[in-house]
Ligand binder design. Structure first.
Ligand code: PMP
Length: 432
């Protein structure tokens, strides 16, 4: 059975439905919103919004603490969500699923609770040049704290982590290898299986940043055999402020708590000190984001069937959108893609000869089109590519071919209306 149908999928997103439907303007059909910033955050289906509201209206109570029925109900829903995440990524145990604020916090926990306590001066950390700042800055801080050194894996012209180079980067001194499954700018599925295998061969710990992968790929952490996998709910149709740190149990057991307070303790005494709770609670100090955890479970229930569907209709439709958008952009003379070839997911980044990224994004915004311009939290990648920023179109399966055509038509119109000559550019530089 084909469970994915583009218009039925789209209909489930109220913000898209209410703002994205066509308006008649000057006799032409114009959408009031074309949302192409899905790599930053996705819109939420009605059932996820309803679920969060339902929790506050019907179940709201603190979890794990009270013996009353409401708390039991909240705890049940909260822990059921953890089991759902376990199944979603194929983890061995629920104890390996830690709730965090998002991918950023997950990486910071690994860095401060594990890397900080194990790295020695001269030890090496390998990162890819295309990492998001969330997977760079925590490592820079720990390198400063411990005397460890960061080594950078380059990318190919096609935007993939350059697997040919890893033998030069990952070696006996490497203790941690952290890289994105998919970069938020390049949109390529990195060969992380090979990176993990190489890291294992030298005894390094592997961290995969799955932030951009979870809405598009089926993840199985056991077959990947990575030590850690991190992601945020809001990039997979779930709420903001909630994410996951998956870690192999043996490693999580060894790690010290990240934050301290209620929930993460077993016993507290002024004379005997404190003993910590078992996994996963050891890493979950304080009252968690209960409503978002429960709504996150709803987003997993929403997304999972599309990803698991044997006909791959969801994935094929996403691919169709990517191909269409990429090809249409490729036909515009001024477009320079930041990497060669079509991306693997709907993340398409480019610059425009003779035009400023920000001006273009602002002009598109006046046409109701939301795209992103800037460094996309990947400044080292921009430096590597010798650009100071780029435009990024990021697509979801609720987008349409018609929206892409509208975007391309608007972009062409703007390019005609706002020719920005090289001499203007030179004059501006001189003024600065
Ligand atoms: N890594 C990647 C590849 C991302 O795209 C993002 C979000 N843009 C993050 C990490 C950080 O995610 P969050 O802000 O949800 O913690």
């Amino acid at each position: 059975m084909n469970i994915f149908t583009p218009h039925l999928f789209r209909q489930q997103f109220p913000l898209i439905e209410s703002h994205g439907n066509s308006l008649i303007e000057k006799g032409a059909l114009v959408p009031s919103l074309v949302y192409f910033d899905n790599a930053a955050t996705t819109q939420k289906p009605q059932r996820v919004i309803d679920c969060q509201q339902h929790y506050y209206q019907n179940i709201n109570a603190n979890v794990h603490r009270a013996s009353h029925q409401l708390s039991t109900k909240a705890t049940f829903a909260f822990e059921k969500a953890r089991s759902l995440v376990q199944g979603f990524i194929g983890a061995k145990s629920v104890k390996e699923i830690i709730w965090t604020k998002g991918a950023t916090e997950s990486i910071n926990i690994i860095v401060q609770s594990l890397a900080r306590n194990t790295l020695l001066p001269g030890d090496e950390i390998a990162l890819c040049v295309s990492e998001h700042h969330a997977n760079i800055v925590p490592w820079q801080i720990v390198a400063e704290q411990t005397g460890a050194v960061i080594k950078v894996i380059p990318i190919t012209d096609h935007g993939y982590l350059d697997i040919e180079q890893i033998d030069n980067i990952i070696g006996e001194k490497t203790k941690f290898v952290a890289c994105a499954h998919i970069s938020n700018v390049l949109g390529r599925i990195n060969p992380i299986e090979q990176v993990i295998a190489k890291a294992k061969a030298v005894g390094a710990i592997t961290i995969v940043d799955g932030s951009q992968a979870v809405a598009h790929l089926t993840i199985d952490v056991q077959s990947l055999d990575c030590d850690f996998y991190v992601f945020s709910a809001h990039k997979m149709y779930g709420p903001t402020g909630i994410g996951v740190l998956y870690g192999k149990r043996a490693l999580l057991e060894k790690m010290s708590p990240y934050q301290a307070g209620g929930e993460m303790i077993k016993t507290v005494s002024f004379t005997q000190g404190t003993t910590f709770n078992s996994l996963p609670f050891k890493f979950e100090a304080g009252t968690p984001n209960i409503a978002s955890v429960i709504a996150f479970a709803e987003s997993i229930s929403f997304l999972s069937p599309y990803l698991a569907d044997a006909s791959h209709a969801y994935k094929f439709f996403e691919q169709k959108l990517v191909q269409h958008c990429y090809q249409a952009l490729a036909n515009i003379e001024q477009v320079n893609f930041i990497a060669k070839g079509t991306p693997d997911i709907g993340v398409i980044a480019f610059t425009l000869t003779g035009h400023h990224n920000h001006d273009i994004a602002m002009s598109l915004d006046t046409e109701g089109i939301a795209i992103r311009s800037g460094h996309h939290c990947a400044m080292p990648l921009m430096t590597h590519l010798h650009i100071d920023g780029c435009l990024r179109v990021s697509l979801s399966a609720y987008n349409t071919i018609a929206e892409i055509d509208y975007f391309i038509a608007c972009l062409k119109k703007i390019l005609l209306e706002e020719p920005f000559s090289q001499s203007d550019e030179q004059a501006m530089k001189e003024e600065l």
